[in-house]
Each structure stands twice: as structure tokens, then as C-alpha cells.
Ligand binder design. Structure first.
Ligand code: AMP
Ligand code: ZN
Length: 155
């Protein structure tokens, strides 16, 4: 198994997507370029469900450098075109999960973006149910975000 050295703290650990990027672990590859690799998800949610990852190991979008994220987003856009044209999908959802381990859903801690082709008969449904809430809560969330953003970007 490949061992990946984390930049921070030099912790040694294994990463299944690094192994796919290096070719050590087989996968159904669809596309690759200098910065990203796209391959089929081993447990697809719909026909053609694939993943786009950066070649560089980074855990999630929060710790990613902008250029890694932009490269992943660019390849995902290309894959969206491919699944719409090549698989005749009627839609495509792009999903990217991050978690600190307490809530949320991320099982592989190498940044990846799901490209999910959508079909009339697929079982996925909507990603959330819309809820009405007190408009002041929405405004309060916006206030907290802007406040955080101003402080964080000043550093
Ligand atoms: P997430 O839950 O958002 O972290 O997604 C991780 C995804 O990686 C899941 O949809 C898994 O099915 C997929 N996955 C895990 N191991 C492999 C593998 N060896 N090859 C392809 N896909 C994988
Ligand atoms: Zn990795």
C-alpha cells in the first residue's frame, strides 16, 4: 500500500485515492490531466456516477489550495458535458462532501467531487427538503458569515 506523507506533521497514512492516482489500485479511469484524475465510483448511485480528484493529496475543500479546487471544478465541468452527451443523462448533480468527523458525510479523506448523472427514473430524488423558516434566521446566518469572512480575510 502507498503511504502518503502529510505535509503538516509528517504523519504517515494510507489513502485509497492516492493509490488510484498512482495506478497502484485499479479503477475505471475516464479522464486525466496534469492536475486531476476522473474515475468511476465503485458503488455508483446512478449509471455513470464518477469521481474527480486532484493528483495532489488534500483532505477536503477547506484545506485545498485554490488551484487544486479550480482544477477539480474544471474537470468536473468537463465530465458533466461528457455524461450529458455520452450517457444521455437528463441532468447532472455535482456533489462534494466535507466533515470534521462529527456531522456531515465524507468517507474518503482525499478531496473528491461526485459527478452524478440524473435520469427520469433514478431513485435519488432531491438532496434536501425545503423548509420555511423565520426570515430573521436567514439574515442572521448571512450576518455571521459576512462577519467571519471580514475577520478571516483580514489575516
Ligand atoms: P464520500 O462518501 O463523499 O467521501 O465518497 C466516497 C466515495 O468513494 C463513495 O461513493 C465510494 O463508493 C467511493 N469509493 C471508495 N473506494 C473506492 C474505490 N476503490 N474506487 C472507486 N470509488 C471508491
Ligand atoms: Zn490521497
Amino acid at each position: 500500500m502507498t503511504r502518503v506523507t502529510e505535509e503538516e506533521g509528517c504523519v504517515l497514512r494510507e489513502c485509497v485515492f492516492c493509490e488510484i492516482v498512482s495506478g497502484e489500485l485499479p479503477a475505471d479511469h475516464v479522464y486525466e490531466d496534469d492536475h486531476t484524475v476522473a474515475f468511476m465510483d465503485i458503488n455508483p448511485a446512478t449509471f455513470g456516477h464518477l469521481l474527480v480528484v486532484p493528483r495532489t493529496h488534500v483532505a477536503d475543500v477547506i484545506s485545498a489550495e485554490p488551484h487544486d479546487w479550480l482544477a477539480v471544478a474544471d474537470t468536473a465541468r468537463r465530465m458533466a458535458v461528457w455524461v450529458a452527451g455520452g450517457l444521455k443523462a437528463h441532468g447532472v448533480d455535482l456533489l462534494q462532501c466535507n466533515t470534521d468527523g462529527t456531522v456531515g458525510h465524507q468517507t474518503v479523506f482525499h478531496l473528491h467531487l461526485h459527478v452524478l448523472p440524473r435520469y427520469e427514473q433514478d431513485q435519488l430524488g432531491a438532496w434536501w427538503t425545503q423548509e420555511t423558516t423565520d426570515p430573521s434566521e436567514v439574515t442572521e446566518a448571512a450576518r455571521q458569515l459576512v462577519d467571519y469572512g471580514r475577520r478571516a480575510e483580514r489575516r
